[in-house]
Structures are given as structure tokens and as C-alpha cells.
Design a protein around this ligand. Sequence first.
Ligand SMILES: [Zn+2]
Ligand SMILES: [Zn+2]
Length: 316
Amino acid sequence: MRFHPTPRALAAGTAALLALAGLTACAADDGSAGGDPQRVDVVAGFYPLQFLAERIGGDAVAVINLARPGADPHDLELNPSQVGLISEAELVVVLHGFQPAVDEAVQQNAGDRAFDVATVEPLLNAAAGGHDHGEEHAEEEPKGAKDPHVWLDPTRLATIGDKLAERLGAMNPERAGEYTQRAAALRTELETLDTEFAEGLKTCQRREIVVSHTAFGYLAQKYQLEQIGITGLSPENEPSPQRLGEVIREAREHQATTIFFETLVSPKVAETIAREVGARTAVLDPLEGLSTDSGEDYLSVMRTNLETLRTGLSCS
Ligand SMILES: [Zn+2]
Ligand SMILES: [Zn+2]
């Protein structure tokens, strides 16, 4: 399947090519991102969207992930060849508000070819799934801010998958039945995962989770947990000494035995808190990135997360 570039996309693609002249052969002569005429060329903003596109598209799509494996996709910066990929893709799967540089490149180069997760599944407010005792918290997000980490609720991810199948089917009607079928199969797997979480977290001694950044609002809301984020919605902000003190008080008050940290974030702060309150640390992976060679996928990492939570919260 071939995409016919608009003049605007062509101009952007040409600019990207000029910027790269002599440096790379990344963009094919025919101007298509993947260069495979049999497949729909899909560009995904980061891992969970890549997972969705690959599972639903199967061999009918060629998916490129913009985020580097193992790198934090928040605030991803795009190089000119990645902007070229966006302007040449047949479909760009993004989550508006999660990666501002991607949002901007999509708006300028791929407006009508974007599948925006944030418009097909309404996002929760930034404070959802949060934990407080009514006092002011240092990590508060600006008013009206939305929490982008929607993929951490498996049932919401299933709904997004159904919508993606519809979109792919509209683009590629002769294979629409396949997309619908794969989305239904994925929905079954995600609903099984949801049941495992609901059962596995039903009876626990604690329900408060101290985490690196507030990525787990959807998970917390779905399974009646309460997250205490060391930092806010973006992982790169350093916590203030005041916030650190608050988190230590919270961890003590709720008798946390585990301080959770992430694969893509330095464990130092979590270790400091753990040492202070006599807890251990464990990895709770928000699945923002995945290293390609890990052999893991969304489902396997979520199952590891469930076991980690069951241990950390003493669930029976
Ligand atoms: Zn995040
Ligand atoms: Zn508390």
C-alpha cells in the first residue's frame, strides 16, 4: 500500500533529506518510510503504542518506534530523519501530551494521518489514583493537566486496540477483518490480565505504592491502589528536599516495606528513601520503553509487575 504525500509532507520530507544529505540512506528513494509497498507504514511514538500496532496490524503493517529502546520516551527529541519518518508514514500512532516534540511534528507533518490515543480514550485528570490526606502536595500538576499513562489499565488498552483496528480497517478495507480479529484476540488476553490483577490485588495488607514518578494513576484507579509519587508525571524532575521528606513520612506512616523504582530511572532516590525507612526496593515497570532484546512484551512485563506488587504489598 502506497502513501501519496501531500505537498506539505513532501516539503518536510525534502527538508529532512537535505538536512541529512550524505549522512544517511535512511529515507528510501520512493519517499516511503518503510519502503514496503505490501504493508501499511506505521510510526509509533513509544513502546506500548508499538506493541498495539504490531499486535493488531500483524504482517499487514511495518511498525517503527520513534523512542530508542531502553530510553525514557518522555520529552523525546526528534532528529530530522525521524521527522521525515513521521511525514512519510501512512499512520502515526501517538498519545497527545506525552511527547511534545512528537505532537508538534505530527501537527506540522501528519495531521490527517495521526491516530491519537488521547482522543479515542478519554484521559484521567493528573491527580487520579493519587494519595493525599487533604494537605498540599509538592508534586501537584498544573490545573487541568491530564495523566497520559493510560496503557497501564489493560482494559483501556483493549479499547484503544479496537479503535486502532477500525482505523486500520478504514485505511486498508481488504484486510479489515484481520485487524478486527487480532484486536478481539488481544482484548481477550488483556481481559485475562485484568482479571489476574483484580484477583491478585484483592486482599493485601497495604494499598499504598511509593513509586518513582506518578505513572501508575490508571493502574491505581483500576485496582484500588493509591500511588505516592516521588516525582510528578514526568520522571526527570528531581524531588525537592521537602518532597523527599513528605514521601519518607508517607512511607513510614503506611509501613511500606518496598519502595518501587523504574527500569529507565536511576534508583538512587528510591534507595535513599528505602534506607531511611528500612524498606527494600523493587522494580515496577511503567512500560514506557522496553529493550528490544529483552524477549519481554507488554503482557509479560505486566505479569512481573503484578508479582512485584503482590510481594511488596503482602497480598494473599
Ligand atoms: Zn511517565
Ligand atoms: Zn498517606
